[in-house]
Design a protein around this ligand. Sequence first.
Ligand code: ASP
Length: 332
Amino acid sequence: MNNFIFKLAILLLAIMLQSKLFAQEKPEYVVVIHGGAGVIKKENMSAEKEAAYIKKINEALQTGKTILEKGGTSIETVIAVIKIMEDSPLFNAGKGAVFTHSGKNEMDASIMDGKTLNAGAVAGVDNIKNPISLAYSVMTKSKHVMLSGKGASEFAKNQGIEIVDPKYFFTERRWKSLQKVQEREKKKLENEKEKHGTVGCVVLDKYGNLAAGTSTGGMTNKRYGRIGDSPIIGAGTYANNATCAVSCTGHGEFFIRYVVAYTVSALMEYKNLSLQDAGDEIINKKLKSAGGSGGLVSVDKNGNVSMPFNTAGMFRGFLKSTGEKKVLIYKN
Ligand code: ASP
């Protein structure tokens, strides 16, 4: 009998230990980023280029960590992290923005505060060094949610936001991409699927507040003032403390029509889906069967992270206060 009780006690102890080991510790803060999804394959990437992306993603995550550790807010973090990526020529946002059909750079960005559901966005701006900062000013200093083009620039000047000569956005790499796309267009050849390079960041801070932001140059060779999903709240960006924060990247027309970012939140709120199941539903089922390529990064109110995409790769990474960290580019 004694032997039986002893064995039972050991068994119970083992079960308790195991469940403690597997129980997810809720992180105090989480920062998740993406640098675009698309045809990103290892065989087409040089070792130097890969290292440069990984270094920048690490730098952005580290910046987020430093702010969050000191008690910074989710909104502050989203802005600082996105600025790092906007200032890098590696991504299709800010400095590295792609060219339009007429050889210009027109950028879109948005930001949303999950605590208040306040949001700000700018579309088609061509002389704003950090479009994410302007989106934040729209949210906090205007009565509106979205400003565009010349009006947005005028507002930026009034707000003391950094304005640059549009030449600042010239990069050889993006210029060559435009030439290539236009040559194929002339020959009536289908263009290879876009390499998207939009940037985005979602954050959970120590106070339990979620925030999301997205910034992009849009799609190479875009014309007629085309605007994608990135500055559209609910399509490219969404945050709600009751559910999650989401930032998308991919073929914008699909993300607008399928209201992707909000759908993740709605599936959680109304259907009780987990963050992961909600993201998979929209990205790997709905969007995929419709032919919409792309992905998203997300974090929920409990600090769970999900980064689904239906393309060959997506520049992505996350960092939690628990020490858990990942930086990834390709599938698997
Ligand atoms: N979603 C962006 C757009 O359609 C592009 C991207 O994410 O690469 O403008």
